[in-house]
Design a protein around this ligand. Structure first.
Ligand code: DLL
Length: 436
């Protein structure tokens, strides 16, 4: 007997695999027809490949389909890949566009329902219910974080508190006064809110808060420990991207070990980013999604550039949805320093492993044709007031750990408390002077 207080849609979330495959096949067939008939780019790609919609008979045929790239959306800016007329579109969002032209995404009424349902499942998996107050500190606006969590909380029947980002002391006061049960924001902002709780002299255990739903950027399990301690909560991961829907494409359950993909709506594959060939479960590669439940922007095999792996074991929570590992980072976040691949998340890992809060900045430069990397690390008051010798020791320890994890030497500079930027949204910790 399924305990349906643990799931938002128990029949789907715990469905036998054959049932899921059947749903996926039916939806894929419909989606492929819509793409071919309504999106000129897809018609062109199919024609070039000699493919017709009738070639797709089940989900097994997915690898016959062409890929879609971020540049396809940019080329069609703003609405050129929409598969429905404007009268059917009820919402627009857009990606931040920090690495080029924005990508604009659209939703029909039904798409908003699919998305809100996905987020309602995520909040339920983090232990949320109708009786909870959900404090939302993701940004509201074209970014999908704020409104995504907001509609999900309302769909569930919980109380959505649309605080958005900024004014961190006020955030803490609201958490205290409203007695919020769940907080949603980026993990970097959660850490900052935790610091502010401490600075305000508040015991985190005195807050009613019991869970946090954090995503929009890569974060490690050590970072999870840090956040859980500083806010006295359980911290759950939520993943998503605007092109596919927004937050809620996948989410963590009570195991806190991998994210269940809402695969009745978003079908995942892992491919080798170089060859484009599908990789087996358990191998790291690029995550690719096909929207199988969306109307306005039904993307086929969208290349996310996120690096992770899939696992299809039964989960103790009872869900049968495939799990993806926490994304390690993005292929385009990766720095190549003296030929070695470095992800900012590895620096975070090193700092947490030597018990230092991950407030850091990576500065990459080139001198005499040689790449150099400096990691500036902000440390706590007690270390900073220490002797110069001790400071040098801490710098040395960090540099050694960086060397062993990254296989690259980096200059480590400790900086005074509260001097590096804090982030209310996605953190941007890299200054690459080679490309400025
Ligand atoms: O970041 C949607 C979102 C909002 C997800 C709030 C979770 C919470 P975009 O701005 O389009 O959408 O950025 C998508 O962010 O391809 C990943 O590289 C990264 N990302 C999102 N969630 C996670 C996560 C939103 N949990 C891009 N872990 C994605 C690691 C994440 N990276």
């Amino acid at each position: 007997m399924i305990d349906d207080t643990k799931y938002y849609n128990p029949d789907i979330e715990c469905a036998p695999r054959e049932v899921l495959s059947w749903i996926q096949s039916r939806r894929l067939i419909k989606m492929v027809k819509s793409c071919y008939n309504n999106v000129p780019l897809y018609k062109k790609r199919f024609d070039e490949m000699g493919l017709v919609p009738e070639d797709i008979k089940s989900i097994e045929d997915i690898s016959k389909l062409p890929f879609t790239y971020k540049d396809d959306l940019r080329d069609a800016y703003p609405f050129g890949m929409f598969a429905v007329p404007k009268e059917k579109v009820v919402r627009i969002h857009a990606s931040s566009g920090t690495t080029g032209k924005q990508t604009v995404v659209g939703y029909t009424k039904n798409d908003i329902d699919v998305w809100s349902t996905s987020v309602a499942r995520a909040i339920t998996a983090a232990g949320g219910s109708k009786s909870d107050l959900v404090h939302i500190s993701y940004g509201y606006g074209l970014f999908t974080g704020g409104l995504g969590l907001h509609y999900g909380a309302e769909k569930l029947g919980a109380v959505a508190v649309p605080v958005s980002t900024g004014n961190t002391q006020r955030q803490v006061t609201i958490l205290q006064d409203y007695e919020s049960d769940i907080i949603c924001c980026t993990p970097s902002y959660a850490l900052y809110i935790g610091e502010t709780v401490k600075e305000m002299g508040i015991d985190p255990k005195s807050l009613k808060l019991r869970a946090g739903i954090f995503g929009a950027e890569a974060w490690s399990d050590r970072m999870r420990d840090r956040i859980e301690k500083s806010l006295a909560i359980k911290a759950y991961d939520i993943y998503g991207l605007s092109e596919i829907a927004g937050p809620g494409v996948s989410f963590e359950c009570c195991e806190q070990n991998g994210l269940h993909v809402n695969e009745d709506y978003f079908y995942p594959e892992i491919i080798d980013p170089e060859t484009g060939k599908p990789l087996p479960d358990g191998e790291y590669g690029e995550l690719v999604f096909t929207c199988i439940g969306k109307e306005a922007l039904p993307l086929l095999r969208y290349r996310t550039r996120d690096v992770c792996k899939l696992e299809r074991k039964t989960c103790s929570c009872g869900r049968t949805f495939v799990k993806m590992s926490k994304p390690r980072g993005r292929t385009d976040d990766m720095l190549v320093i003296r030929g070695i691949n470095v992800f900012p998340s590895q620096v975070e890992y090193v700092l947490l492993s030597v018990n230092i809060n991950p407030n850091y900045q990576i500065i990459v430069d080139r001198k005499n044709d040689l790449d150099i990397m400096e990691v500036q690390v902000e440390i706590s008051d007690n270390i900073f007031s220490d002797t110069v010798k001790n400071i040098k020791n801490v710098e040395h320890t960090i540099a050694q750990s960086l060397q062993s994890v990254l296989n690259i030497s980096a200059k480590v500079t400790l900086v005074e408390p509260n001097t590096l930027p804090r982030f209310e949204g996605k953190a941007n910790r890299v200054i690459d002077k080679r490309i400025l």
